[in-house]
Design a binder for this molecule. Sequence first.
Ligand code: SF4
Length: 174
Amino acid sequence: MLLKSYRLEVVNNHCMPSAMTVNCIARLDQDVGGAIPYLNAVLGGDQFTPDPPTVTFQTEGKLISVQERMITVNAVQDEAQGRKIIAWIQREINDAWENRANIDPSYTKAERPQLVEILKRLPKTNCKKCKAPTCMVFATWVVQGVKDETDCPELDDAGKKALHDYLARFTADG
Ligand code: SF4
């Protein structure tokens, strides 16, 4: 087993009190850098940096980042949920490492819309009319493909078109 143990820190999201979420940081006792390109190949990272190796995943409104000695998970409901997600990532890291002989390591990011690019095209008022606590969370839903420009009522026609045109680059007929 590559990743055997870690120390968990839980940080309150003071900058976003209305969201009532916490961020979790796992300080790893073992270096998992060698496993990151294999993890990226298996799970399809949204961002990948080769040096130092870092992979980031966006799922269900959360950002999960894996570095050599650290795993971070943002915007979780509470410590219990953070622990569950980190335990899952630990299993994925160890599985990817143990099966590395059968996996082609990936050193590139997935061809998916980028969170920052989507956020740039949103009004950034955090008005919650879309049922997301913030525009950032809404942007993660768009990355996952469960929402699109039609789900933000604050976008005017030009804004809707700008976001639609950006997302169309990632579709088969875009
Ligand atoms: S409706 Fe639009 S502007 Fe309002 S929070 Fe959602 S994404 Fe942001």
